[in-house]
Design a protein around this ligand. Structure first.
Ligand code: PMP
Length: 409
């Protein structure tokens, strides 16, 4: 083989030996189900469609029936700073600002753009970033791209964060505390009011919260954990994404007007990229306007999360967190791959999450619940997990010891 590629071959072989090789699955989608070529339909437990909106054909129909023809444009053809700033972008920004009750929002290409662009724009050499140990890869990349020094504090260890703030606040012109609200891989939550209280002890501390997994899912109007915990005005940079519960694509940052103007002038993944297509923005606006009315879906999703987590813990399995993301931690990657394959055979499309996405020794199945699931389906999943670990309950469960046939779900 060409020597140019030998090192790649060797690294891929190593990943394979460790059970960490990634490849793209070939999937067919049928509403709540997916299947691989030749497989039976599997209930999708791996998508981030938390409110079950992606499969709502009635919503698409309503959108198509009511959208203005000019908003159907499939491309913006340039950056928003050139000719890509369509009225619908500003309409969505205004709608979001009104729902969040904040000064301004800025629409961005995706959450990855948001997190890799905002930090390098606002943090310079005289900035210190204090980031939770478990923040998402996109935030880590943003930190790396910035000129700031960074210290990672232990996951959700706000006592350590308090000490770090006390120790360093006088040495930097600005400190930015970076966290997620619901953590993507552990499904647990940051204590936002406590973070706000810590930040308020000093006048040079900003708070950056990534609500990717909470936007749409939490809060009376679906605006996230910050809405739920009453602290939107105290968060300097609040990022939400549309590719998860909002069943669309794109992201936004909620901030003060001055910060928005600053980002428009300094944020490279905002400036140097083609704006989202108007049709995509119009669909997002369609969904965002309806988010406040999905209280029942949010309540149901929370119930399902509690049911699954409680069932796994009762079987003495390790499932941290408190949200609709329920990770079943199994340890080694090979074990996670085996369990995922088993669940797939039983009709549940659950996927293993392995290092480097999660720390070594904490490979897991990440159950990503959606409001489109039924409690019986979660019970059936639990039964299959318990059987796999030889921890079946002595009493028959709802599914009579068999995975429910997908056709009857
Ligand atoms: N933030 C978090 C916490 C995420 O989990 C993700 C992606 N899963 C992103 C940001 C990136 O968002 P997007 O998919 O819109 O790029």
């Amino acid at each position: 083989m060409n020597t140019l590629y030998q090192d790649m071959e060797a690294r891929l072989a190593l990943l394979e030996a460790e059970g960490n090789l990634r490849s793209l699955p070939r999937l067919e989608h049928h509403g709540r189900y997916v299947n691989t070529p030749g497989s039976k339909p599997m209930l999708n437990l791996s998508s981030n469609d938390y409110l079950g909106l992606a499969a709502r054909t009635d919503w698409w129909q309503d959108f198509i029936d009511n959208v203005q023809p000019e908003a159907l444009l499939p491309t913006s053809s340039s950056s928003r700073l050139l000719t890509g700033n369509f009225p619908v972008c500003e309409e969505l920004e205004e709608e979001l600002a009104a729902l969040l009750g904040c000064e301004a929002t800025l629409l961005l290409g995706c959450g990855y753009h948001a997190n890799t662009g905002i930090l390098p724009a606002v943090a310079d050499k005289s900035t210190l970033i204090l980031a939770d140990k478990l923040v998402h890869a996109s935030l880590i990349d943003g930190i790396r791209l910035s000129d700031a020094r960074c210290i990672r504090y232990r996951h959700n260890d706000l006592a350590q964060l308090e000490r770090l703030l006390a120790q360093h606040h006088g040495m930097y012109s600005r400190i930015i505390v970076v966290t997620e609200s619901i953590f993507s891989m552990d499904g647990d939550e940051a204590d936002l009011p406590r973070l706000v209280a810590l930040k308020k002890q000093y006048d040079n501390v900003m708070l950056y919260v990534d609500e990717a997994h909470a936007f749409g899912v939490r809060g009376r109007r679906g605006m996230g954990c910050a809405e739920e915990q009453g602290c939107i005005p105290d968060i300097d940079l609040l990022v939400g994404t549309f590719g998860k519960a909002a069943a669309s694509a794109g992201a936004f940052v909620a901030c003060k007007q001055i910060v928005r103007r600053y980002l428009v002038n300094h944020m490279r993944p905002f400036i140097f990229t083609t704006a989202l297509p108007p049709v995509n923005v119009a669909w997002t606006l369609h969904v965002v306007r309806r988010l406040p009315h999905l209280q029942e879906e949010r309540r149901h999703l929370a119930t399902l999360g509690g049911l699954l987590r409680q069932g796994l813990r009762q079987a003495e399995l390790q499932c941290p967190g408190s949200s609709h993301i329920a990770p079943l931690i199994v340890g080694e990657s090979t074990e996670a791959v085996k369990l995922a394959a088993h669940l797939q055979r039983q009709g549940f499309y659950a996927l293993p999450v392995r290092p480097p996405t999660v720390p070594p020794g904490t490979a897991r199945i990440r159950f990503s619940l959606t409001a489109a699931l039924k409690a019986e389906e979660v019970e059936s999943l639990l039964h299959n997990v318990r059987l796999y670990f030889n921890k079946a309950l002595p009493t028959p469960c709802l599914c009579n010891g068999k995975a429910m046939d997908s056709q009857y779900i």
